[in-house]
Structures are given as structure tokens and as C-alpha cells.
Design a protein around this ligand. Structure first.
Ligand code: AMP
Ligand code: ZN
Length: 502
């Protein structure tokens, strides 16, 4: 049975979906002011692995992952560094708007910046082999914006929100059990509450947060908002969009909500408070948070120049699948240190896997062709599921998506005494979760059946040539195979196998 480590309870819990017919999952999406960096990609790899695992375990899933394309006031990298060093700084309400900053830098409008980086992100996500979520809403979409405004109005009506001269705030003193996700008591949190150092005097309680930011000149993205005769033009606070999208696309409670650990204490805490207050139902059953990526043992940050993105990784001749393999070598709940050497290690391991898969396939093709057709007996899924290797792999997946251990089972399977066909069958099943495109080379070959027929014909001729001791012809046939992109190999058992070398 699947167990998921739940941040809310700090333990692994048996997974019981709210509706067994359809598991619902929401992933806090990317803020589209830049290309996703390797930290963001780790967060979405975790989401993708969870989604694939649920499918593997037989669940139907509805996954929603948004794009935050509204600019929000957040800490600059420089401010974050100061925070780390416990230097008090002004709060995020006086910070920068990353989208507006990117627009100024590039001479584009904020709308163009958003579209540009959404397009880039979609390319990277496809490269990372992420299964496309069922819904990918954008915060500025008119329907999504209407839902956000409706949510804020419910909160105003129910008395959970108040209007000041600068914003509409959520009143955390009205919220039951505010901050429970962090496991910290509010007064403990206050001591560490640096986000609030320069406090807005119109705020009632230190943790009250902005649901809606009133008209700010220089802010390009603004929407009309009327409430009881008041004109409150402005833009939403960041937390609002996730609550509104979850309500609109999934409904409460959802089964799984994911994000990085940085979101626990503020963003997700505030999502819980406003959703439960507005909709009067529990919000999320299982909270999954990935730990952070560091680089060369140091914090990653744009100002440090080490927040690498996928194109920088590919420029160094790595494949997106090398990065994916790298992520799978660590549990999502532990921080992971990115180094180029570690990525090199992931690359060679992945290549070794690929070449084993390709040679398994060649051997299978060959057995079918030559002497031993019985070894080519195809295995059905039910047969595979009874095998200990399948069970072991599944149990690692069910242990809160433990990918490093699942990978270890993959290697053990390849080292085992199982037949080539069964090994290949298992790897093809496992790759439904790993998502490493391990069968791609094999599939490539399968697409070109014509080529396969040609090579099999060459092997046949070569077997005959060897029986006739016509070694010149046999060598010629080997050369011909090479031209087609295959290496012929003679095994100790006297069979000829081939390897795809192009
Ligand atoms: P953002 O666009 O800043 O909201 O980030 C998108 C996702 O990436 C969120 O789930 C973040 O928690 C996550 N994230 C940001 N930085 C890192 C990092 N260094 N390591 C892992 N995840 C990160
Ligand atoms: Zn969110």
C-alpha cells in the first residue's frame, strides 16, 4: 500500500484518496519571470514522479499545475541572503516584483515576459519528460482571475478579511489554528518573523497577509474589483491564486499538494488559512515538500550565478535525462547538492543503463531470429507483477516514492538471472515511473522495421557464410551492418548478436 510522508503530520501515512476513482493533485507552479532553474526542476520532477507512481499503482489522476504570471512582491536574492545571515530587512511587501523587473530589463511588457517564459518552460518540461498535467491554468486568465476575486469577496463577507488604504488583508486572528503546517506556535514564529520587520501600520496582526494589493502606480497588471460600492482596483496576492485554482479545478479537499520546503511557512500556511475560511472544508489531505538543491555545497541563487537552467546544462553536453537521473538518486525529502561531477556520474550511469537495454533487445531479436525461439517468449504484465523484482520495485515506490532505492532495484534486476525478455519487460514497466526514456533507442529501432529486417537478413547470410567458411563474405556482411549503424558480435555460444551503435 502506498504511504506518503505528510508534512502536516510529519509522518508517513497510508494513502487513502478522498475519491478512490480520481486522485487529485496540485503543484504550485513556476513564476514565469525567468527560465526554470535546477531547483524548480527538482520540484517538478518530484511532482511528476508522484503522478507517474500513482498511475503505475493503478490510480487515475487529475493533476493541476499553474503558471504564476502575475507579478508579486517578493524578496530579491540579495534580500534572501541577508535573511540567511539574520540581517533584518524590509518585508516582501516592499520588495521587488520579479515580473516587472524582468520586463524592465528586457524592454518587454510584463505580458510578453510571461508568455516568453511560459513557452520556454514548456520546452524544458517536455525535455524533462514530465507528463503534462490535466490542467495548466495561468493566474491572469480571466476565469482564474474571476475566481480569485470571488474568493476574496467571500472572505470579506465572512469577516475573515479587511480593507485598508493599501490592501485587502486576511485576518489571521480569525483563522482557526493558523500556522499549523509548520508545527510552530504563532508566538514562536513571531520571534523569527523577519518578513514583517517593516510592518505596515494598517495591518492588524503581524501575520496578516495581502489578499489583494490596491492600485500601485508602475504596476502594469491590474484588475477592477468592486466591493459594496468601493472601487478597489489592484492585483491579487500570490497565495490567492493557488486556493482559487484548486477550488475551481479540483474542489476541496484535494489529495496531494506539492511544493518546495520554502513554501511551508508562508505560502502554504496562507493557502490553508484562506481556503478553509472561505470554503469551509478541509483543504489538503497530504502535503509533499521537496528539499532544496544546493550547488557545490552553497546556496543557489541568481545573484550567485549558480542557478543553472536546462539550456546551460545542455550546453555542457548533458542530456535532460542525465539531470532527471541525478534527481532520482536522492530522496526528495533530503537536500541534494548539485555538482558537475555528480551530473557526470548520473550521465554515465544512465548511459550504462541505456546500453544494457539496447543489448538486451539485440539479444532478444537475435534469439528469435536464430536458434532459440523459446527464449523470446513474451511476458505479459500479470506475469511480470508476480516477480520478486517487480514487487521490490513497487514496495520502494510505495514507500513515499523512494526513488534512490527504486533505482537500486533496477540495477539488481539487470544483474539477476532473469531472461533477457523478462528483464526488458520489467525495465519497460519501471521506466513508467523513472521516466528516463530507457526504451527509446529500442523504440527508435522498432519504428524502422525495415532496417531491422535488413539487419536480420544480413545476420542470416552471415551465419550461412560462416557455415560455408566464407570468411571474406562474412567480413563484408559485418561491414555492411556497420554502414547501417549496427555492430555485429559473435557470442561464445556461436550466435551472432547486434548492437545499435548510431
Ligand atoms: P517559484 O517559481 O519561485 O515559485 O518556484 C517554483 C518551485 O520551485 C517551488 O515549488 C519552489 O519551492 C521550488 N524551488 C525553488 N528553489 C528551489 C531549490 N533551490 N531547490 C528545490 N526547489 C526549489
Ligand atoms: Zn501555491
Amino acid at each position: 500500500m502506498l504511504h506518503i510522508y505528510n508534512t502536516a503530520t510529519k509522518q508517513k501515512e497510508p494513502f487513502k484518496p478522498h475519491n478512490p476513482e480520481l486522485v487529485t493533485m496540485y503543484n504550485c507552479g513556476l513564476t514565469v519571470y525567468d527560465r526554470p532553474h535546477i531547483g524548480n526542476l527538482r520540484a517538478y520532477t518530484m511532482a511528476d514522479v508522484a503522478r507517474r507512481s500513482l498511475n503505475f499503482l493503478g490510480y487515475k489522476v487529475k493533476q493541476v499545475q499553474n503558471f504564476t504570471d502575475v507579478g508579486h512582491l517578493t524578496f530579491t536574492d540579495e534580500q534572501k541572503l541577508k535573511l540567511d545571515k539574520n540581517i533584518e530587512i524590509t518585508d516582501s511587501e516592499t520588495g521587488i516584483d520579479r515580473m516587472e523587473k524582468a520586463a524592465k530589463k528586457t524592454g518587454k511588457t510584463v505580458w510578453e515576459v510571461a508568455q516568453y517564459y511560459i513557452d520556454e518552460a514548456m520546452i524544458d518540461f517536455a525535455d524533462m519528460n514530465f507528463i503534462e498535467p490535466e490542467v495548466r491554468p495561468r493566474a491572469t486568465n480571466p476565469d482564474e482571475m474571476a475566481e480569485q476575486i470571488a474568493l476574496i469577496k467571500i472572505l470579506l463577507k465572512k469577516g475573515y478579511a479587511y480593507i485598508t488604504t493599501s490592501a485587502i488583508y486576511f485576518d489571521t486572528s480569525k483563522s482557526e489554528n493558523y500556522g499549523r503546517l509548520t508545527g510552530q506556535k504563532l508566538d514562536e514564529k513571531i520571534i523569527g518573523a523577519r518578513e514583517d520587520v517593516e510592518r505596515d501600520p494598517t495591518k492588524k496582526n503581524p501575520f496578516d497577509f495581502r489578499l489583494w494589493q490596491l492600485d500601485q502606480k508602475d504596476h502594469a497588471m491590474q484588475w477592477d474589483f468592486e466591493y459594496e460600492g468601493q472601487r478597489l482596483r489592484g492585483f491579487p496576492g500570490w497565495h490567492v491564486e493557488c486556493s482559487a485554482m484548486i477550488h475551481r479545478h479540483l474542489g476541496e479537499p484535494i489529495d496531494i499538494h506539492t511544493g518546495g520546503v520554502d513554501h511551508i511557512s508562508v505560502h502554504h500556511t496562507n493557502e490553508i488559512a484562506q481556503s478553509e475560511a472561505a470554503y469551509g472544508a478541509p483543504f489538503v489531505n497530504y502535503w509533499m515538500h521537496n528539499e532544496f538543491i544546493s550547488v557545490d555545497g552553497r546556496k543557489m541563487g541568481k545573484s550567485l550565478g549558480n542557478a543553472y537552467n536546462l539550456s546551460e546544462i545542455k550546453e555542457k553536453r548533458f542530456d535532460a535525462m542525465d539531470l532527471r537521473y541525478f534527481y532520482l538518486t536522492a530522496n526528495f525529502r533530503t537536500s541534494q547538492n548539485f555538482t558537475w561531477e555528480a551530473l557526470e556520474g548520473a550521465k554515465s550511469a544512465r548511459k550504462r543503463l541505456l546500453s544494457i537495454v539496447v543489448s538486451l533487445q539485440s539479444a532478444i531479436d537475435n534469439h528469435t531470429l536464430t536458434t532459440n525461439p523459446s527464449r523470446a517468449e513474451p511476458r505479459d504484465l500479470e506475469g511480470l507483477q508476480t516477480l520478486i523484482q517487480y514487487q521490490d520495485f513497487k514496495s520502494r515506490v510505495e514507500d513515499s516514492f523512494n526513488m534512490p532505492e527504486a533505482l537500486a532495484i533496477v540495477w539488481q534486476t539487470l544483474d539477476s538471472e532473469l531472461s533477457d525478455e523478462i528483464k526488458l519487460g520489467l525495465i519497460s514497466e519501471f521506466d513508467k515511473i523513472l521516466g528516463l526514456k530507457l526504451l527509446e533507442k529500442v523504440e527508435e529501432k522498432e519504428i524502422s522495421q525495415d532496417l531491422k529486417d535488413q539487419i536480420q537478413e544480413l545476420i542470416k547470410q552471415r551465419v550461412e557464410a560462416k557455415i560455408e567458411k566464407n570468411y571474406a563474405l562474412s567480413d563484408q556482411l559485418r561491414e555492411k551492418a556497420k554502414e547501417l549503424g549496427f555492430e555485429l558480435e559473435d557470442t561464445k555460444e556461436g550466435e551472432t548478436t547486434y548492437k545499435f551503435v548510431k
